[in-house]
Write a protein of this length. Structure first.
Lengths: 224, 224
DNA sequence: ACTCTATATTTCAATTACTGGCAACCAGTT
DNA sequence: AACTGGTTGCCAGTAATTGAAATATAGAGT
């Protein structure tokens, strides 16, 4: 970003990646976790214990680590508070269905500052697939997601060759909230040489249909 | 606790409490956060930036911190994976109702190893109230929760003077899952001098009724 | 326009708290 | 018995962390 002399605590980052690794995996043994984050066993153990001590992780009888009460408490709190989280929860089954239908990875993205932020995904089961964009941001003006989030072409799917990476193609559609405003975008992302012609057309229809279904879901939710 | 020479990374713990503070509060400014965790502003800022850099937090335009995409991703992952989390989500409205009805704090507890673990709460609005037991564990054999979780007195509420702390009284009832097994316990906890006689009887009825309602909810959930 | 306050950000040198390698130990498994 | 994976303790070196203080920024009030 900017700062030359901003010492971000190394141990902190390590602890955070450990947490990420364990929670993402569901459960991990010491050895596995250490390998994933590429840390010496002794160090990994120390950090995992820190997490356990603070309740972020718990340890099963067989020694494996998994998510703990503190983290669960925070997870629930964040889900209850953040509309973003409700969105993700509502979207996940649709993402799964979309990937099922198209065979390609699908993503949910929202507007964050002046970028599009990928929030959730269902990954394609195929060997060659689009992967790992959750948490990533892309500019608005050169991408299909950006166009959808800005409402440039309401009601229709965009099918384009992405400008972000040369060999990625996308089919995108906007998702509307209870009040009709655009709150997110769904996209199907895949390799350009596979996602073309007929396949692209299919993906376009699927994503448009799914976006509609998700929008209906969102409209139907009770503002408890 | 135990270990003499286990260096738990101090910065890591600080980062974790910062995360806890921000997520619990929903949104916090730098100053507020620093005060809550009792850290010098500059240090707090550095740690918060670490969290932001890793996507655990995001920063709003006004400078306040709130939960970020990475954390959300993990939260959703953990909720989808862990049945415990689904339980908490399902229970929360019931806890709220229970506290509403009784005027005392209510808790959800589960069996963890050979202890009862308090997972979630709705706190009483009254000045003198039971608070802060979420994340805490208590032994099974000397407590009402323990009895309920062990199924000692199925179908009835327990109303007892707690053995854990002298001036705490409790009304407890067991919650059953889809298959009829006991999966959790609901309790109403309050000061002994207030939660007595008639009030206790009311609480007992309320907690029993609520536990039944929650059990029905759990039975009705779809195993997606 | 100017001051005043409150908050946020950056800098920097001192030091400490952290790392990670190793060796020994333990408990299951094959 | 040998192997695998986990746990503990020790320790020396240093890179990483700290927090006071200086500086910047932003609103509010006059």
């Amino acid at each position: 970003m900017s700062n030359s002399t901003l010492h971000v605590a190394r141990s902190a980052e390590r602890v955070l990646s450990l947490l990420d690794a364990v929670v993402s995996a569901g459960a991990l043994s010491l050895g596995e976790a250490a390998k994933i984050v590429d840390l010496p066993i002794s160090t990994a153990l120390r950090h995992l214990k820190t997490l356990e001590l603070n309740g972020y992780l718990t340890r099963a009888a067989d020694g494996s680590f998994s998510v703990g009460p503190t983290f669960l408490r925070l997870a629930v709190a964040s889900l209850e508070a953040s509309p973003m989280a409700r969105l993700i929860l509502a979207a996940q089954p649709h993402l799964d269905a979309l990937t099922e239908a198209t065979g390609e990875s699908s993503y949910l993205a929202v507007l964050e500052h002046d970028h599009a932020l990928y929030l959730a995904t269902a990954e394609s089961p195929r060997a060659i697939r689009h992967a790992g964009w959750v948490g990533r941001t892309v500019p608005l003006d050169t991408t299909a997601v950006g166009a959808a989030l800005n409402g440039k072409k309401p009601g229709s799917a965009h099918c384009v060759i992405s400008a972000v990476e040369p060999d990625v193609s996308a089919a995108v559609a906007a998702v509307t909230g209870p009040k009709g405003a655009i709150v997110a975008a769904l996209s199907v992302l895949g390799p350009s040489q596979r996602l073309t012609g007929k396949a692209m057309k299919t993906a376009g229809i699927a994503v448009l249909k799914t976006a509609g279904a998700l929008s209906v879901d969102l409209a139907g939710e009770q503002p408890s």
